[in-house]
Design a protein around this ligand. Structure first.
Ligand code: NAP
Length: 900
């Protein structure tokens, strides 16, 4: 058939292509003139490529008369049918009626509903359950001609104009026009069903002036209005006095989340900015959530960030690689926009549309390997803001716009930026009560800063944020591997900030800097990487069941995260203890409310800051410094916390377990105190036994949970061993932990130091011999001499109780009495670790069999690795940190049975 196509746009171009493909002769294409920048309409471009005649008409008629030259041009083509796929011009009836089969028009609604120009919008605004398209015969009314064919589809609750158009109206519309033309060509009397006037609706064109949201209607109607105008022309309102267009609406059926109130003009209730967007109220008290906002300055932002502090970022220096990225972005923009650029050129104001957004994103991925989303283009519409977003993405910086209150500390030839407020929902906020506690530097007793101290009400807010993130946030929808990617990224950022973290740890906990770099921070980084690798290796089993004929059954198990986990950690390795627990907990897919030790919480807050840069979604990690009996207890008691991971003393562990049983019955794993024996036989490598023996006690100034709490030395070498130990202890350099030559820093805090001094006093009172040390150093700071207490008998206080400090407690055992010393080593209520030094491997392995401890060292000590499970027996608790076992502490098993 000879066809003239009258219309425009990509839709028109696709109609042109399909009709041509299916053997019709397109005798001419009538479309609009090139745009202001000289760019032809896509329909014109498609036709010109094939050498088809193209007419770019400004107008068809003058004073109600068709222009003669237009009429003549048209007539000469000899078209048998006019196809109008999408046409914004008024086409005179002389042209409509001239061809043998006259003219058919595509209309994106189920006529007679929604006649007029904004039909898709009104389909959604009216909440229609069905949408569709009509191909009708043109007449002289507005969308009134008889119907040739119609196609319909179901409307989903959150469909927007774009979604409906892309999913159905565009692809099916093209097929429908093709089908309609075939019907005309192949049938004698193609359908002409007259439209029923009683069901007809006519609605006005939607423009900005009639797109202000009316809040005096139910939430569903508000939702329909917003999605019915999304993205063009966009529903708008006034928030805090600023005109804002809203996108990405959904009905909110969950609990009202925690958030910040925002004033809404002409609404009975303020809106709420929260981690997943902005909540708006209808007059029925129900709510609608919107995800993006277009601000007055043309910038699109996530609704969750409305009203946050200044978010402009400027890139400082670009590397040569980044210069190349900028240059290729410039090329892509130029080829799309067909014009010169400057830094402020706005992609959309320069004429780009939604297809150009797709093209920009795809070309950037192709040329520079940077994967941005369509929304990133809307949110960064100017050239320089887009370049910035792309470069930050290439640097792996999720959100370089992140602003927070902090203190600056100058130390170790560095300027440290230190957050000191509670971290909830990816924001640093003060405690609701305003409470703070000072962070003291144990090396000189100075105040580093005031740290916010969380109370019960802050715990409630943080748990709600974590629950929301677990149940509905991006975290819950993310693939396991993507979670791993975030964790790897966090580990990389920790590596980049390693010196800063180690300095902070040193200042806040008294850790010797060189040890902090290697162990406190180094092992923390390894822990994050180790568990990041586990995220996509968590799976269950397939279990065959006894068959119940004639059907078959099969069960499989799934390992699922538990939910919101409360983590409570001590002060001895502040960041490492946090990392051991949190990395395993997050790898399993849970969300976290962490209470670090009140006395050393700064590196946990710094970790929180880095997690934002790594791209962790809001609510996944929440960090609440505060007192154990207040904040810690509130986490333990909270009904929405499903599991507690605790490291600390046995006494507090017992109390926590009791609370977990009494109030909510939650799972708990406890890494508790220890009194770990180290047995040294005379047949050992004595040099090594002395060197490692010292480390087993004085490593990290004795503030080490697996520290050897009691050394048993065989009678034969007892005096020699003690002499050599004291010689070595005298050589230990005590002092400023940031001094690289120092090996022994201050104790963590004053109360702990006082406890240690009492411990030594008690030992001596009961008859132990103080061979070395035992005193506080006469200088500022919480320094204690490395101490050696010997001739300790089994019934003494120091033989039974943990010191958690730099105090070596030594007892003698009878030559060759393996059984006796094993019994004495096990005669403690704890069971965290144990060690033995001997060259007799049989003896060593027999000891290893008989030690009642979760970790046993042979001819070594303190050698832990992220892949080796760590945790105690007896009153040292249960549940493991590290290794494959640890991830299971944060998973629960679900069994699913199928019949087939
Ligand atoms: P802790 O007094 O038991 O405190 C541990 C954590 O629990 C701190 O964050 C503390 O808060 C908090 N807490 C206190 N009372 C609480 C309550 N009622 N509810 C909830 N949380 C509460 O222990 P620590 O003095 O910090 O640490 C030393 C102990 O930890 C030693 O016994 C050591 O052996 C043990 N430890 C064990 C391991 C292991 O892996 N097994 C590792 C390291 C340390 P505050 O900030 O208010 O104190």
């Amino acid at each position: 058939m000879k066809i003239a196509i009258i219309g425009q746009s990509l839709f028109g171009a696709d109609v042109y292509k399909i009709l041509r493909q299916n053997g019709h002769e397109i005798v001419g294409v009538f479309t609009v003139p090139d745009d202001a920048k000289g760019r032809p309409d896509p329909l014109a471009s498609a036709a010109l490529q094939d050498g088809t005649k193209v007419f770019k008409l400004k107008k068809w008629r003058d004073r109600n008369q068709v222009l003669k030259e237009v009429y003549d041009q048209y007539k000469e083509l000899g078209a048998e049918l006019n196809v109008l796929p999408f046409c914004t011009q008024f086409i005179p009836m002389d042209i409509i009626r001239l061809p043998k089969y006259q003219s058919i028009i595509y209309h994106p609604s189920l006529l007679p509903r929604h006649r007029g120009a904004s039909s898709i919008n009104w389909t959604l605004i009216h909440g229609d359950k069905k949408a569709g398209l009509s191909i009708f015969w043109a007449d002289d009314g507005l969308d009134t001609g008889p119907i040739l064919l119609q196609k319909e589809c179901a409307v989903q609750e959150n469909d927007t104009v774009d979604v409906l158009y892309n999913r159905f109206l565009f692809p099916e519309g093209i097929k429908a026009i093709d089908e309609a033309v075939k019907l005309i060509a192949d049938t004698e009397e193609p359908p002409r069903i007259v439209q029923a006037e009683e069901n007809a609706t006519y609605e006005p064109i939607l423009k900005k002036h009639n797109c202000q949201i009316n809040f005096d209607q139910p939430a569903v109607a508000i939702h329909n209005f917003i999605r019915g105008t999304d993205k063009v022309p966009g529903a708008w309102t006034v928030l805090n006095g600023e005109e804002v267009t809203v996108y990405g609406s959904e009905i909110w059926r969950r609990d009202v989340p925690t958030g910040r109130e925002v004033e809404v003009k002409d609404s009975g209730k303020p809106a709420l900015v929260h981690q997943l967007g902005l909540l708006l109220y209808g007059n029925d008290g129900q709510t609608v959530n919107v995800k993006q906002l277009l601000l007055q300055d043309g910038k699109m932002i996530p609704a969750a960030k409305f009203g946050s502090v200044d978010r402009e970022v400027t890139l400082t220096e670009l590397s040569p690689e980044e210069q190349k990225i900028k240059a290729s972005i410039q090329e892509i923009w130029k080829s799309i926009l067909n014009q010169d650029l400057n830094e402020d050129t706005d992609f959309f104001k320069a004429g780009a549309g939604s297809m150009d957004v797709v093209r920009l994103v795809e070309e950037l991925k192709d040329t520079a390997g940077i994967a941005l989303h369509n929304d990133d283009v809307y949110m960064n519409p100017t050239f320089m803001s887009f370049v910035t977003a792309a470069i930050l993405k290439s640097r792996g910086e999720g959100d370089a716009t992140f602003q927070f209150n902090h203190v600056k500390i100058k130390a170790n030839k560095m300027d440290l930026i230190v957050p000191h407020e509670l971290f909830i929902n990816n924001e640093f906020v003060p405690a609701r009560s305003g409470a703070t506690t000072p962070a003291l530097c144990p090396a000189d007793e100075s105040v580093l800063c005031e740290v916010s101290s969380a109370q019960k009400e802050d715990v409630d807010i943080a748990v709600r944020a974590a629950k929301e993130a677990f149940e509905n946030g991006d975290w819950s929808r993310m693939s396991h591997r993507d979670r791993g990617t975030l964790m790897f990224r966090l580990a990389d950022l920790m590596e980049q900030h390693k010196e800063e973290l180690a300095t902070l740890e040193s200042l806040d906990s008294g850790a010797v800097y060189t040890l902090a770099i290697k162990t406190h921070i180094g092992m923390s980084i390894e822990t994050w990487r180790y568990f990041a690798g586990w995220t996509d290796k968590v799976h269950g089993n397939t279990i065959p069941l006894n068959q119940a004929r004639p059907n078959r059954n099969l069960s499989f198990t799934k390992k699922e995260p538990i939910g919101v986990c409360g983590l409570i950690t001590p002060w001895n390795y502040p960041l490492m203890m946090v990392s051991w627990k949190m990395a395993a907990c997050l790898a399993a897919g849970n969300t976290v409310v962490l209470k670090p030790a009140e006395v050393s919480s700064l590196t946990a807050l710094k970790l929180a800051e880095l997690s934002v840069h790594a791209g962790f979604p809001p609510g996944v990690i929440n960090v609440l410094p505060g007192a154990g009996r207040v904040c810690g207890q509130a986490i333990v008691d909270h009904p929405d916390v499903r599991k507690i991971g605790f490291t600390g003393s046995t006494a507090v562990g017992q109390q926590i377990m009791q609370s977990c049983a009494t109030n909510t019955l939650k799972r708990v794993s406890l890494e508790l105190g220890g009194k770990s024996p180290l047995v040294i036989f005379s047949d050992c490598d004595l040099d090594k036994a002395v060197r490692v023996g010292l480390q087993s006690v004085y490593f990290n100034k004795g503030e080490n949970c697996i520290s050897a709490g009691r050394l048993f030395v065989e009678e034969e070498i007892y005096d020699q061993y003690l002499r050599r130990v004291v010689d070595e202890v005298k050589k230990m350099k005590i002092g400023d932990p940031l001094d690289r030559s120092v090996s022994h820093g201050p104790q963590n805090h004053r109360a702990h130091l006082d406890k240690l001094l009492c411990y030594v006093e008690q030992g001596v009172k009961e008859g132990a011999r103080l061979l070395y040390g035992g005193k506080r150093l006469d200088r500022k700071g919480y320094f204690m001499e490395p101490t050696v207490l010997v001739d300790v008998e089994d019934n003494m206080f120091v033989a039974e109780e943990e010191s958690f400090g730099p105090i070596m407690v030594v007892s003698k055992f009878i030559n060759g009495d393996v059984e006796g010393v094993t019994k004495r080593a096990n005669a403690t209520r704890y069971g965290l670790a144990a060690g033995v030094f001997t060259k007799d491997i049989n003896k060593a392995l027999r000891m290893a069999d008989n030690f009642q401890a979760g970790t046993v060292f042979i001819n070594t000590y303190n050698k832990t690795d992220v892949a080796v499970p760590f945790g105690g027996f007896k009153m040292s608790g249960f549940g493991k940190d590290l290794g494959a076992d640890a991830i299971n502490e944060y998973l629960q098993t679900k069994a699913v049975t199928i019949e087939y």
